[in-house]
Write a protein that binds this ligand. Structure first.
Ligand code: 5GP
Length: 193
């Protein structure tokens, strides 16, 4: 998505060789109109496939998941939680995800009430790096006996291998911007976009 690549170039920032900071429009301040355009782009890319639920992980996936829901005719957005709130009493699916950005391991949890075997689930997230969060969400969908329509990712860092893992597992993956490498503060995008 050319407009996203331009926005990352003008407003984003490389932190070392591994991390991209897009706090100005995704991770700290949200450009709602642009999020809406990205949601529409997922709709175009996935076509008329039926989506019953959109699954993401709190917190930074929620905004793009909501805008994607608008584009798909308002399927419910379910977000995996990283902490167990005292209100989560009915049983949940859980899967572990390591965070390379934070150096922590979190357990992602989704209440059993919100994923059913009949659900066709589109998994959406802001970044795809090593694929830990994405694989944990796929695991949760499988535990529920539901099916995965595909993965909609805002920014894929191809050099960290998560995209390869998902594609090798046979999942459709649509990434709106794919980064091949970060060198000397410069972000290099995949030339085929
Ligand atoms: P993965 O699980 O694929 O290794 O990493 C994906 C998760 O880590 C995303 O949910 C995202 O929140 C976070 N993440 C990974 N890489 C980056 C990055 O370069 N910048 C930001 N802001 N978040 C990232």
């Amino acid at each position: 998505m050319k407009s996203l690549i331009e926005k990352i170039r003008s407003e984003g920032e490389a932190i070392g060789t591994q991390i991209v900071k897009v706090d100005g429009f995704v991770n700290h301040q949200i450009d709602v109109a642009f999020m809406m355009e990205m949601g529409q782009e997922f709709r175009i890319r996935f076509g008329d496939v039926q989506v019953d639920k959109i699954l993401t992980v709190e917190a930074s996936g929620i905004a793009i998941a909501c805008m994607t829901s608008v584009a798909f005719g308002y399927p419910r957005v379910v977000f995996a939680k990283k902490m167990v709130p005292s209100t989560m009493v009915d049983g949940f699916y859980e899967a572990e995800a390591k965070s390379f950005t934070k150096g922590t391991v979190s357990m992602l949890r989704v209440s059993k009430k919100f994923l059913e075997p009949k659900d066709r689930v589109l998994i959406v997230d802001d970044f795809l790096a090593h694929g830990e969060a994405a694989m944990a969400m796929a695991d949760i969908v499988q535990q529920a006996g539901a099916s995965i329509v595909g993965f909609g990712i805002v920014i894929e860092k191809a050099f960290q291998g998560g995209g390869d893992k998902l594609r090798q597992a046979g999942y459709p993956v649509e990434s709106l911007a794919v980064i091949d490498k970060i060198e000397d503060g410069v972000i290099f995008f995949n030339s085929e976009q």
